[in-house]
Design a binder for this molecule. Sequence first.
Ligand code: PNS
Length: 160
Amino acid sequence: MRRCVCPGSFDPVTNGHLDVIERAAGLFDEVVVAVLVNPAKQSMFSVDDRMAMLTEVIQHLPNVTVEGFQGLLVDFCRQRDIPAVVKGLRAVTDFDYELQMAQMNRRLSALETLFVAANPDYSYLSSRRAREGAINGGDVSGLVPDRVLARLGARLEGDS
Ligand code: PNS
């Protein structure tokens, strides 16, 4: 059984994340989407909301599950016997950070990291840009799944 993890903050999940998860689901038997629980980091959506959105948008992928994690990714993976991480690389700006994380994870517990080249349609896209666009009244449809778009709208209406 080939297993991998797709980790992240997913605040909120974007179509770029979903593209990487779908591709990982095509390459591995099981994919765990691991949502970092970091109370020190201010987020727009709670962990429960982020996990609920992810769970909604992976419904068409029977070999994908969603879990929260705290602490080190290597510990999460060791506990579940997951040998590999799959991440998207958007541009050289991602490279330094991702290489450090990958090398540190390998040093800590021989966890392998595989990078997939981001879909060029989403190579500029991040959760932060999607949030910023939506908060300032921009049309972010097509950048986040429709269900996430609806939740973003509801959340912003609630805040106004
Ligand atoms: O979506 P993000 O915020 O870029 O995701 C980053 C994430 C969650 C993948 C990364 O911060 C992470 O794995 N954090 C857990 C702590 C950890 O294991 N760090 C690496 C070794 S020190």
